[in-house]
Design a binder for this molecule. Structure first.
Ligand SMILES: Nc1ncnc2c1ncn2[C@@H]1O[C@H](COP(=O)(O)OP(=O)(O)OP(=O)(O)O)[C@@H](O)[C@H]1O
Length: 259
């Protein structure tokens, strides 16, 4: 057992909260490459949980298992008390509307305006929203939360990198997800734009009462957005705790993240 693991005082405040997502003993290997060796994670309601791991540590593999794009060798994944690996395609599609994704590649459709990009998920998920004839209010509300109502009629080519990421986030928010998965939300952005995105993530957590899993290399992002962090090392949840708790660790593998 590593010293930073199972930090008591953090857990005590979280233990009574609802579990939005739970990964137990997840294993995945590619031939001899044992990427996940029994990874565990609990995301509690309302929290921002940051996962840090160095390049190649298996963060993307974990996310792919989580969204049903990859099948783990063993282990279980529960999302809002539903066993992900036992769901059929229809059930999986329904569950996906409860989960928002902001991935590095979550590109906008270049041939559509911002408004059309935001309308797109509403039309795809009619089982959640029905056939909405007037989407304007929902589109404006989502754009408002990312501070970009004025961009409603622009084309993606007219947006900066930071604006595109905000619009991609608005497109996720329009479905009112309970859980948001962020994969490297600040990658490729300059420091000022990164800061704006980080602030926005905090605001969204408050406004939409979402629970978020955030994968990042960005120590600043982790410090500002996380209630709790998990360090993924050697395929396991090597260390868990608040940013300050982990930063104070004497464990060499933990210290390496904060250099
Ligand atoms: N489909 C696949 N087939 C074979 N090996 C794979 C496959 N997907 C991932 N891997 C291997 O799994 C390991 C973990 O990869 P993964 O992409 O999850 O890392 P990561 O932590 O997301 O890295 P980064 O921060 O660089 O994105 C790597 O060794 C990678 O080569």
């Amino acid at each position: 057992m590593h010293e930073a693991k199972h930090i008591q005082n953090t857990l005590e405040t979280l233990i009574s909260k609802k579990r939005m997502l739970e990964i137990k003993d997840l294993k995945k290997a590619f031939g001899d490459n044992h990427v996940l060796n029994g990874f565990n994670l609990i995301l509690y309601e309302g929290e921002n949980l940051v996962i840090m791991g160095k390049s190649g540590s298996g963060k993307s593999v974990m996310i792919k298992c989580l969204v049903g794009l990859m099948e783990p060798d063993s282990g279980s994944i529960k999302i809002m008390d539903r066993n992900l690996l036992a769901l059929n395609q229809v059930e999986l599609d329904e569950l996906r509307t409860e989960i928002g994704f902001l991935f590095q590649g979550s590109a906008l459709y270049d041939s559509m305006t911002v408004r059309e990009n935001l309308e797109f998920p509403l039309r795809r998920h009619t089982h959640k929203f029905g056939n909405i004839t007037d989407t304007t209010q929902l589109v404006e509300e989502a754009l408002e939360s990312v501070g970009l109502v004025h961009a409603i009629d622009l084309m993606p080519a007219e947006l900066s990198g930071g604006m595109k990421r905000r619009i991609a986030l608005a497109r996720t928010l329009i479905l009112k997800p309970k859980i948001i998965l962020y994969d490297e939300p600040t990658s490729g952005l300059d420091p000022i734009t990164s800061k704006e995105i980080i602030e926005l993530m905090r605001n969204i957590q408050k406004q939409y009462k979402t629970s978020s899993l955030i994968i990042t290399h960005d120590v600043d992002c982790a410090r500002v957005v996380s209630e709790r962090m998990i360090l993924l090392v050697d395929g396991i949840n090597y260390a868990e705790g608040t940013f300050e708790e982990l930063k104070a660790s004497k464990d060499e593998k933990v210290k390496a993240f904060f250099k």
